[in-house]
Design a protein around this ligand. Sequence first.
Ligand code: ATP
Ligand code: MG
Length: 148
Amino acid sequence: MEQTLVIVKPDAVARGLVGAIVRCFESEGLVVCALKMVWLAQKEAEGFYQVHRHQPFFESLTRFMSSGPCVPMILEGEGAIGRVRTLMGATDPHKAAEGTVRRSFATSIERNVVHGSDSAASAAVEIPYFFNRLEIVPAAGRDNSPSI
Ligand code: ATP
Ligand code: MG
């Protein structure tokens, strides 16, 4: 079982797309095991996107990510990291495959509605950036778990 961090970004929250985006993942069998709303300060967005600190879009990206509330969540399932990346689609919505979340909802390469961890190493850093252990309820072992 794998866990990955997904964020419904501020553009999607402002447009009322939280439910639609969660549905895209749940309908593919991924299970929500943590979810909340936070409004990041720009410094907190900078911390999250540290790997991009030398990119020309870093200042704009972190301003966007702190422009309103976002909804981070942990999704769990077999191969969850790769499956979420496939369901999200390419960073640039114009290049994203038909039916993907970004192709369906995103408006630009920056305002692309969703984040997903790109590797197990990233997920291991990104999950505790938003959630402590008490806030995570693994799907495995739940009475109503789809895996039972
Ligand atoms: P994310 O990390 O948010 O899941 P990603 O892995 O598809 O997206 P990255 O290369 O990690 O893409 O870029 C992080 C985010 O920075 C993108 O999702 C997008 O919001 C923004 N971004 C990436 N490239 C550009 C660009 N050329 N111009 C503006 N914003 C960009
Ligand atoms: Mg990325």
